[in-house]
Design a protein around this ligand. Structure first.
Ligand code: ZN
Length: 258
C-alpha cells in the first residue's frame, strides 16, 4: 500500500515536531541511506556482490586468512564504487540537523564513511569502515588513503610497509565480533535517547536490529523512514515508506526553516 501525498506531508510535520521536542535524538542508518549515492545494498538479492559468491566463502575471517587474493578480488568492485560515491541529500540533511543541535549520535551499519564526509560528527560505525587497514601480522593500523587507491587501480593485495604482512580493511567480516567500544557506545546512546530516527534499514541483522528495542524500553519514540517494513513498525510513532534522500531534506526544512 503506497502512502498518499497528504499522509507523507503529515508524517513529515509529525517527525519535525518529535525532533524539535526531544532532548536526545539518536539516528540509526543502514544500506538504504547510501543506495541514492549509488552504493548497492550488497545484501540485497540479485545485486550480485553477495549472490555471486557465498559470503562465508569470501567475506569471513577464515576465508580472508586462507585466500586474501580472492577476498580482495571480491572487494574490488565494492571499493571502487565506494571511492567514487558522494554523500547524498539524506547524509547532508542529517549532518545539518546535527550541526543545528537536534541530533546527538548517528549509529550506522554502513562502511562507506559517507556520514562523516557529509560533515556529521559522533558517528558510530558498527561494522567498521574502509578508512583504515590493519596488518594481520604485526597489527599496525594505517589510514587506507593511498593504499586503497592503489588497490583499486592495480587490484594488488595491500601489504604492510613495516613487515610485509597482508593488510585487512577495518571492516567487520563474518565470524568477527562488532567492535566492543563502539557497540557499547551505541547501546548506551540507544538506552539514553528519547527519540530514535531509523533511516534506510529494514532491521534484519542482529545485533544492531535490537537497538530500537533498547530505545523503546526507555520510553523513546521511533520514526522509521524505510521503503520496506521492519519488525518494530507496530511500535513506531511515525512510519514513512519513501526514499530517505527525499524525505530527510523535507524534515530538515520543517525543523530548521528555510
Ligand atoms: Zn605488519
Amino acid at each position: 500500500m503506497s502512502s498518499t501525498t497528504q499522509d507523507i506531508a503529515e508524517n513529515i510535520l509529525r517527525s519535525a515536531d518529535l525532533i524539535k521536542n526531544s532532548h536526545h535524538v539518536v539516528v540509526l542508518t543502514g544500506a538504504g541511506i547510501s543506495t541514492p549515492s549509488g552504493i548497492p545494498d550488497f545484501r540485497s538479492p540479485g545485486i550480485g556482490l553477495w549472490t555471486r559468491y557465498l559470503p562465508m566463502e569470501v567475506a569471513s575471517l577464515t576465508a580472508f586468512r586462507h585466500d586474501p587474493e580472492k577476498f580482495y578480488t571480491w572487494l574490488h568492485p565494492l571499493t571502487s564504487n565506494m571511492l567514487s560515491a558522494k554523500p547524498n541529500p539524506a547524509h547532508y540533511a542529517l549532518a545539518e540537523l546535527q550541526a543545528s543541535g537536534y541530533i546527538s549520535t548517528i549509529i550506522t551499519k554502513n562502511i562507506d564513511g559517507l556520514h562523516t564526509r557529509a560533515g556529521a560528527i559522533n558517528v558510530l560505525e558498527l561494522h567498521g569502515s574502509m578508512n583504515s587497514l590493519t596488518c594481520i601480522n604485526c597489527f599496525q593500523q594505517v589510514p587506507s588513503e593511498g593504499l586503497i587507491h592503489e588497490f583499486v587501480e592495480h587490484c594488488t593485495v595491500p601489504r604492510c610497509k613495516y613487515c610485509g604482512g597482508i593488510m585487512k580493511p577495518d571492516v567487520i567480516l563474518y565470524e568477527e565480533q562488532l567492535p566492543v567500544k563502539i557497540w557499547n557506545k551505541a547501546e548506551e546512546a540507544s538506552q539514553r535517547c528519547d527519540l530514535m530516527l531509523i533511516a534506510g534499514t529494514s532491521l534484519e541483522v542482529m545485533p544492531s536490529a535490537k537497538l530500537p528495542i533498547l530505545a523503546l524500553d526507555n520510553g523513546a519514540e521511533l520514526i522509521i523512514i524505510n521503503n520496506m517494513p521492519t519488525y518494530v513498525d507496530v511500535r513506531a510513532g511515525v512510519i514513512i515508506r519513501e526514499d530517505v534522500a527525499q524525505v530527510l531534506p523535507m524534515i530538515l526544512q520543517e525543523v530548521c526553516g528555510a
